[in-house]
Design a protein around this ligand. Structure first.
Ligand code: ADP
Ligand code: MG
Length: 597
């Protein structure tokens, strides 16, 4: 049915302003982004951000930049009021982060804003207060040159946006990561971030990117960086790549700047990942900070309302230069190595020969220092499930579980395909297991049961490990520390985002000098401290990071243990993320396919 035409009316200016504001101010952290960008554009050498009661309650950004002339304040809060460009041609030479003149009016539209500012040559400062986008009060104030913007009650008049907001704690962590991101390019600027009076970030000015990375990620991380340099027609590539050792489970820790503007560019990130090849296992992502300097007329910054994407005039040149620079830097790690499977595996010898032929140096586990030795799979594989496992409440896949007499029994032959899938005959046909998903299910149920019952046993680390976390990780740790204790961790939080780990769960083999803990914190950062969802998320994350992956050879005993472990669980049919753990092909289907029926 075709709807009857309705009258077309042009929206009122208020509605238009609300719609535009919604685009610029996607979430509370976007306010911080816009205000920090303004401070940097103003040439600030110090940027301070204070959060009180959540970003949406009170956010204050202060700088010592050039300030705003009192006569320009009304224009600054008018849509498309900007000092940064004047004519369309200027869009081809934008050097500042801002240019759209939309941030201040948009923020004022959806929050209560107070701005205080003074230029160097003004005798005194000026304060303006805005309500629903309009200046309602202007008065002289005393202050040093610079600008302070206070944003209160964000989205008080946009109930729809409030409803979809993440938790205040999540937003604070996003804010701290965002600020750290700007800090990676603006080295000469001092950054401070406080949350409810607690200092989260304190970054001194420096002329050295490695030192900045160290201030955010800790000194251990700063020692795991390779510098990269490259050039192409009209462009320069600089920055650092993290060694494979500090690769992470998410892409959060990849910083790409184009003319000091932080941007997302999936293709460039992919090319850097590819340069690492097999030095980093599947599912992990390299750390990097890459700073591209490109002639302003070779890059279009005006392709996204929040300016987070850019387009290059000569895409190919940029890709090529970044890829070559990454490859060159990684040569420092040569001879390349790849950890091979325990030598008990029947194909290990073949694999070793093939790798040697391909010019790869082969390292067997016993040649590595103890901390780098791959976990013995037999060790990691199988810890018996407790008798009464808590029911899995997630959505299950369709595959029906196998009845007890259908499961592969003792002496079952297994076939291992591509080090990823296990084939096993069962009475009614055969099943194919995904080794990672299957192992994950078993570990998930075990860990979840532990979290809901008693405190799991802990093993003391021989040497307590001091770890410097990022502000976001530290904040997340404080929130879930009680639950981590329950799992068998023994962690003391010190000041300055530093922790001391004294004990870890006694059956944990995948500790990897603490990377395991960082992965857990990353995966659970969206959950409120004592919510039931946190238990599920933590168990799923723990399981995922501690079990065998795809492309890992297994012995027959290991396969047997894995299959056995899966079928002892409550819900063998799916992994904690809801993907199937096995598929079954019945004899009846084979008969049908071969025309026997
Ligand atoms: P844009 O940054 O795109 O120009 P904004 O709405 O963010 O638009 O800011 C409007 C104008 O207000 C800017 O062009 C700038 O002149 C001025 N301004 C905003 N914040 C600051 C600040 N922290 N210091 C100095 N000037 C500022
Ligand atoms: Mg701006």
């Amino acid at each position: 049915m075709i709807a009857a035409p309705r009258r077309i009316d042009v929206l009122s200016p208020e509605v238009i302003a609300q719609i535009a504001a919604g685009e610029t101010v996607e979430r509370p952290a976007s306010v911080l982004k816009e205000l920090v960008e303004n401070s940097l554009d103003a040439g600030a050498t110090r940027v301070r951000v204070d959060i009180e009661g959540g970003l949406d309650h009170l956010l204050r950004v202060s700088d010592d930049g050039c300030g705003i002339d009192a006569a320009d304040l009304a224009a600054a809060f008018t849509r498309h009021g900007t000092s940064k460009i004047a004519r369309a041609e200027d869009l081809l030479a934008v050097r500042t982060m801002g240019f759209r003149g939309e941030a201040l009016p948009s923020i004022a539209q959806v929050a209560r804003v107070t701005l205080t500012t003074r230029t160097a040559h003004a005798a005194e400062g000026t304060e303006v207060r805005l309500d629903a986008g309009r200046i309602v009060q202007t008065r002289p104030v005393a202050r040093a040159p610079g600008t302070t913007v206070v944003v209160e009650d964000l989205f008080w008049n946009v109930p729809a946006r409030r409803k979809f907001m993440k938790s205040p704690a999540t937003e604070v962590r996003v804010a701290s990561r965002m600020m750290s991101a700007y800090a990676m390019a603006a080295l000469n600027v001092a950054f401070t971030l406080t949350n409810d009076g607690r200092e989260m970030l304190q970054l001194a000015p420096t002329d050295n990117l490695r030192a900045r990375v160290g201030a955010v990620y800790g000194h251990a991380a700063a020692e795991q960086l390779l510098e990269i340099h490259g050039e192409g027609p009209g462009l320069v590539v600089r920055g650092v790549l993290g060694t494979p050792e500090i690769a992470r489970s998410s892409r959060e820790h990849q910083y790409l700047f184009v003319n000091d503007r932080p941007v997302q560019h999936p293709l460039l990130a992919y090319l850097v990942r590819r340069a690492f090849g097999t030095m980093i296992p599947d599912g992990r992502h390299p750390f990097f900070v890459i700073l591209l300097t490109v002639a302003p007329d070779m890059v279009d910054v005006n392709v996204h309302p929040t300016k987070r994407e850019v387009r290059f005039a000569r895409d190919g040149d940029v890709s090529h230069a970044v890829m070559r620079a990454a490859e060159r830097a990684l040569r420092a790690l040569e001879p390349r190595f790849e950890v091979v499977a325990p030598s008990a595996h029947p194909f290990a010898a073949d694999r070793t020969m093939a790798m040697a032929a391909a010019g790869l140096r082969v390292v067997t586990p016993d040649m590595l220092p103890p901390s780098e030795r791959q976990i013995s799979l037999a060790d990691a594989l199988y810890t018996p499930a407790p008798a009464n496992v808590a029911p899995y409440t997630g959505e299950s896949a369709e595959a029906p579980a196998l009845s007890a007499d259908e499961r592969p029994g003792h002496g079952t032959p297994f076939w291992h395909l591509h080090d990823t899938w296990i084939f096993a005959p069962v009475r009614s046909g055969f099943i194919i297991l995904d080794q990672h998903a299957a192992h994950e299910r078993a570990a998930y149920e075990r860990i979840r049961a532990q979290l809901l019952e008693t405190r799991a046993p802990s093993q003391e680390l021989l040497f307590p490990q001091v770890m410097e976390l990022t502000a976001a990780e530290y904040d997340g740790l404080l929130a879930i520390q009680g639950t981590l204790d329950q799992l068998g961790f023994d962690i003391r939080a010190m000041s300055g985002n530093t922790i001391v780990v004294r004990g870890i769960p006694s059956d944990l083999k995948a500790w990897a000098s603490g990377m395991f803990l960082r992965d857990l914190l990353e995966d659970t950062e969206e959950y409120e401290a004592s919510s039931p969802a946190l238990v599920d998320a933590l168990a799923a994350s723990y399981a995922c990071h501690s079990v065998v992956r795809a492309n890992q050879p297994l012995t027959t005993e290991e396969m047997a243990a894995l299959v056995d472990g899966l079928f002892r669980t409550e819900h063998p049919e799916s992994c904690p993320h809801g993907r199937p753990t096995f598929v079954r092909i019945g004899v009846d289907e084979l008969e049908r396919r071969f025309g026997r029926r």
